[in-house]
Ligand binder design. Sequence first.
Ligand code: NAD
Length: 448
Amino acid sequence: MANESLIPATPKKVPTMQHTNSTAASAIATMTMEQETNPWEAQASRFDFAAQKLNLDQGIWKVLRYPTREIIVHIPVSMDDGSVEVFTGYRVQHSIARGPGKGGIRYSPDVTLDEVRALASWMTWKCAVVNIPFGGAKGGVICDPRKLSQGELERITRRYTAELIEFIGPEKDVPAPDMGTDEQTMAWIMDTYSMHMRQTVTSVVTGKPVNIGGSRGRREATGRGISVVCDEALKHLNMSVEGCRVIIQGFGNVGSNAAKLLAEKGYTIIGIAEYDGALFNPNGLDIPNLLSHRQRSGSINGFASAESVDKHELLTRECEILIPAATENVITSRNAAALQCRILCEGANGPTTVVADEILAEKGVFVIPDILANAGGVTTSYFEWVQDRMGYFWTELEVNQRLDRIMSDSFADVVAYATSHDVNNRIAAYMLAIDRVAYTTKQRGIYA
Ligand code: NAD
């Protein structure tokens, strides 16, 4: 475990190569919650710390610290009632050194440019951790998909795509789903892009429906990857699947698929927290039944064979594995000390703040960082892009076997890096990734 503090390692302009020695406690005292939960600052401070550990060349440090390109669009959209609304959208391309930009598009009322910047750089590091030939990008539109009709969502998506037409493409930047977007959104993007190109271009996005160039296994891939790294963590810590209790926050694409696959492997899912409530059953929730209940009723609430509990308090209950799989900043200085898990497996991007990291390190929690834990999604997106370009599609078994191998190899790489460099898993994952991206950036050279 690293014994130096990461707080607040966020130089404002040029990296200083210096590091603070302040403790978590003193940082908590001086840092506002707004500062603690700014995802860009969180990304940047971890990046700086890892870069310093790597003794990274100053010039490459500056190149990799900031995104390559940030695009802001204001999209006019005709609403169902005949009025016109203008939505703000972003696409940030952090690095294209190792291949086309890759990263999801998020529809949420809370999207900010700093959040999209952080998510774009996390994509660069994530693709490098699992060693796939992509750079990092991310997009977002400030909107509430729950309050929009399908027609309004389609028009937002098509206009957003049209505004980005010269910046995305199979060899430039390949979007995918994220919070608030899904297979249908990707189908609209693919169609809009194809209309502009005057030919069908399936490889412009991943996470599409299988019948129009999607990959078998993509829908479950992030949850599947999580189940693989949980298996590896148990082996690493000499723990057993039998009696391994899991609590999951978020029952969307990532959380529900992780729950289903882990339950099939014999883990006991004792708690699920959602936006509007949480469920607890010490003997294990019946996940297939809960999925059917949610599909019927639209919520996890009211599920018969579970106790209804407070959604915040659930995260602090005793368990072997806690999986935040909803959104950023859910484990902060406010609740980190109260967690009672042995393993924190980050299904969501950026669920843990830098201050919380230090508290968890002091408690000896084994963290499987987001840029490793949830990389199953982008890995299968890479398989989808490969299959689209080949025009030849693999069986689900082939996809899953390839995914399992990459996830378990990457887990081993990160843990070995942590041991050999005497840092925690998160910093090891950053170091491994930065090292790979820096190597390629130097090899390609700085143009003009
Ligand atoms: P999703 O929209 O399918 O599901 C998110 C779920 O979390 C929803 O059910 C929502 O109700 C719930 N939720 C949101 N905020 C919550 C809160 N504060 N408390 C409890 N529940 C809450 O999104 P997703 O695709 O499952 O993504 C979840 C996270 O995983 C995001 O951070 C995303 O960036 C990350 N991620 C997703 C993928 C992917 O393949 N979908 C891949 C890598 C990382």
